[in-house]
Design a protein around this ligand. Structure first.
Ligand SMILES: [Zn+2]
Ligand SMILES: [Zn+2]
Length: 253
């Protein structure tokens, strides 16, 4: 399993770009505003993307999507299908975002075949051959729906929290995963985000061979998470994990 951290910062972070991970070369977890520039910096051809998972409709997680579609219109042309997975309303959101960002282009239709898939809480879903399970997170209650995703990849289960404060559902999200990408925004828990105490409690539930990355971070360099058995990635850092250990997993492929 390969994970490239294209953006590791929260919405206010100095010196970090916004949330986006590239998994196994073709899957995007969130689409922060800096997605396209960092994809090209790798370099990677935007046409190779097959799946985009949007955790929630905060701009630091999804405002890069219109730029990806714009690039498909003019530069990275491809007829290969793309799946965009997100909270209910993902197709309407994408259409409206495109119309706001590039009204002269939006009328041309989608630049490649796109399948929109709405996240269904706790269901094992499939898009273009990739199986995944969305789980409802707790974030910006009353304003938007936030989801974490368990990706059931051939080389193991990858759990991604998106943005969330503490919720029991997080234990289901990360259960037995091969790798976890977990938000860690503020030292103290807030109505929006996990704090140090909550992250430590979640880590205690994981097997020792699970690799945990923290993201949605603040400044680079030494920080309040350094005493935890986790990896603090920087932007553009690439990690390759070995094969997943065999153990019974919830919703395993
Ligand atoms: Zn965020
Ligand atoms: Zn958010």
């Amino acid at each position: 399993m390969q994970i490239v951290f294209l953006g590791t910062g929260n919405a206010f972070a100095p010196q970090r770009d916004w949330s986006c991970m590239l998994v196994n070369g073709t899957i995007l977890l969130d689409a922060g505003p800096t997605l396209l520039a960092n994809l090209k910096r790798l370099p990677a051809d935007p046409a190779v993307i097959r799946h985009v998972f949007i955790s929630h409709f905060h701009g630091d997680h999804c405002f890069g999507l219109p730029f990806l579609l714009l690039d498909h219109h003019f530069l990275s042309r491809t007829d290969a299908p793309l799946a965009i997975i997100g909270p209910p309303g993902i197709e309407t959101w994408t259409r409206e975002a495109m119309a706001l960002a590039f009204p002269d282009v939006a009328g041309k239709g989608w630049p490649r075949p796109i399948t929109f898939v709405e996240a269904q809480e706790g269901e094992t879903q499939s898009a273009l051959g990739l199986r995944f399970m969305p789980l409802r997170m707790a974030h910006a209650d009353g304003y938007l729906e936030a989801f974490g995703y368990r990706l059931l990849l051939p080389d193991g289960v990858l759990a991604y929290s998106g943005d969330t404060r503490m919720t029991e559902t997080l234990y289901t999200l990360i259960d037995g995963a091969h790798a976890v990408i977990m938000e860690a925004t503020e030292y103290d828990e807030s109505p929006y985000h996990l704090g140090h105490t909550e992250v430590r409690a979640l880590l205690a539930s994981l097997p020792p061979d699970c690799t945990v990355f923290l993201t949605h971070l603040d400044s680079p360099g030494p920080g309040p998470w350094d005493d935890l058995p986790v990896i603090i990635p920087d932007d553009m850092q690439i990690f390759t994990l070995g094969a997943a250990p065999s153990r019974p997993l919830r919703g395993a492929p």
